[in-house]
Design a protein around this ligand. Sequence first.
Ligand code: HEM
Length: 212
Amino acid sequence: MNTPNTPNTPNTPAGLVWDLPVRIFHWSLALCFAGAWLTAESEYWKLWHVSFGYSMALLVGFRLVWGVVGTRYARFSQFVKGPAALKKYFLSYLHGAPEHHTGHNPAGAWAILAILLTVMMTVATGYASYEEIGGDILSEIHEAMASILMGIVVIHIAAVILTSVLHHENLVRAMFTGKKIIAPGEAIRRSWSIIALLLLGALAGVWWLMFR
Ligand code: HEM
């Protein structure tokens, strides 16, 4: 369960929270988004831009499945909460006792859903403009979606830094190592490296198909 728990103390051990597929998904998505953004304006880099887009589609498709069948903290059912939990979370900051969550907090959860949805819409409109379906309006929507996504990502990064400072917990490092200081019994048991390898293989397949 994603019940708010007490802030970490130095005496509790580090345990695995993010499995390897979640971490590979996250940093690949961040890299692909940066790559797609940087190659967006140039005809010369078009194939790269489109390949980054297809890779993002694959990553989000994977994450939707992993959000149902994945490990404890990767599951949507574990971290997606309604408006009441969101309100309670924000109020906890106002009351000076911020709720701590081992997995994603309720605000982060909504940002994640917004990112996944915006990526899907950006990729879909990008694909349509690449295939010259739908005319100029779709390529304009594509550019607008990409800008909205950039806005959400900036808020996401600022929120991650702020939460890390407020909870004295390095969330960025945790997204690399998968580990956080948590209470006994809260860790996941397996990192599912084989699934992460399959995901990387599928990504390599996208790039091979595009550049062969
Ligand atoms: C330097 C850039 C970035 C940093 C430092 C960063 C950091 C993080 C961290 C620490 C988390 C876990 C938050 C938590 O503990 O609840 C996270 C989650 C997430 N971030 Fe980022 N992020 C970055 C860029 C991006 C970008 C560019 C995207 C999308 C285009 C993105 C999408 C996501 C998603 C979807 C999750 C949820 C992960 C999952 O459960 O699968 N991030 N990020």
